[in-house]
Design a protein around this ligand. Sequence first.
Ligand code: F6P
Ligand code: MG
Length: 476
Amino acid sequence: YDPKTPQYLTSDKTSFASVSAHERWPVILTGAIDDLHRTVGDVPTTNEEKRAEGKTIIEELAKLKYELQHNRQLTPLLDDGEPDIAEYNDELEKRGNPKWHDVPWLYSECYMYRRIATLFNRSQFWKGYDVFSRQKMSTFKSSRPAVLELAARYKALALEAEKQSKDGLSEEQIEEAERIIFTEMCEICLWGNATDLSLLTSLTYEDIQKLQGSEARKAAEKNILVNDVAAAYNVLRDARKSKKAGEERRVDIVLDNAGFELFVDLILAGYLLSAGLATTVVLRPKVIPWFVSDVVPKDFADLITAIANPQAFYTAADDSGREYPPLSDEELSNVQFLFGQWSSFHAEGKLVLRPHRFWTAAGSFWRLPKTAQDLYEDLKEPELVLFKGDLNYRKLTSDAAWDPTTPFTEAIGPLGPKSGIRILSFRTCKADVVVGLKPGEDERLRQLPDGGGDSGARKWAWSGKWAVVSFSDGKL
Ligand code: F6P
Ligand code: MG
């Protein structure tokens, strides 16, 4: 149930896999060590047991970093009571206990985060601790201008939508307007993925501003290499026409990152519900901290708490000593509008969170029908499943070295035609794998500055500057 096309390896010097294993992961592990060090330092000296255990975990993290940098073998994961450990270890054995610098990229990167989780799960005092939480929240705080801009835009659109229906426009005109807004919402949601903490390991406040906001989005439209948003709109519109009033029309969002990206996912979810393009939205977070910035249920709660009291959240002093001006009354009321909508959707059961362990397994989504049948069946229910982000795209395509003109529906194997799952994948490109391109497109992009040229590396696809939005109907 894996494709025959080989996966990218950390030993391939022309792949971002190699850069990741040699340069990025040590930085990420150092960040994790620093975070825990800080937290342990804050534990009162009266709680010596917890401090001591925290220090042991720091040593274990340092050991993991040492093994990675010295190209040791990946060691079997220690049991932390969860069933996926056996899966990880079986696969490790089948792959011949590889070394860090010559192992499939996808497996080894998942292994690294799963191993970090075992350290906390097996502890007495640190269960559930998230070494990335601090970073996720502080980046969300840095997104203040974009959050305020979007809150204003969202409120205006919601009010406009109300007004339009009253103006007695023709059905076509209303549909055309809806299609345009849907497209804008999808683009907001797509580019929200550009700010990912595992890739941008040292973002400044100013860098974050540049990546977000409507100006940046307009400029980036030409960078969407495949854009199937229209197909997704048609699906939702047709479902609204064909299903009976009161019948459920669900959209699932397989989440990627917390903070700003989760905020824009909620903007899209809120829009789908209020425009009547869906009656329920199911959000699917991870169960353990994952690829630095991915959403765990607590991140959802943290975000809601932040926007419930935006004045306190956005003006609180932080480590940098930077001062933040208070929000204006209008800004406050826009954020409160969002909060009001989201909390009532949540309270009415229209916006739900549904975690699953499958999302943190090491294998690709080609394995879904075999290894997580319950989830597979559940994903057939909605009208559409949105997969957010780069890692989900890598997992859909098994992180394999496909020819870039391979159709998306072929590269996703068992989740393609006849799977019963309708997929829209939103992805800013941050890894080598890419499919569904027009012939000659990859070659053209390679010739651009920083595109990789004749080095053999597809460098243009590593930076998050380019994107693909790919659709698969999955008809039975
Ligand atoms: O390319 C860098 C990287 O960390 C990949 O390993 C991973 O696929 C991706 O970024 C995570 O990005 P996203 O949050 O968009 O899935
Ligand atoms: Mg992520």
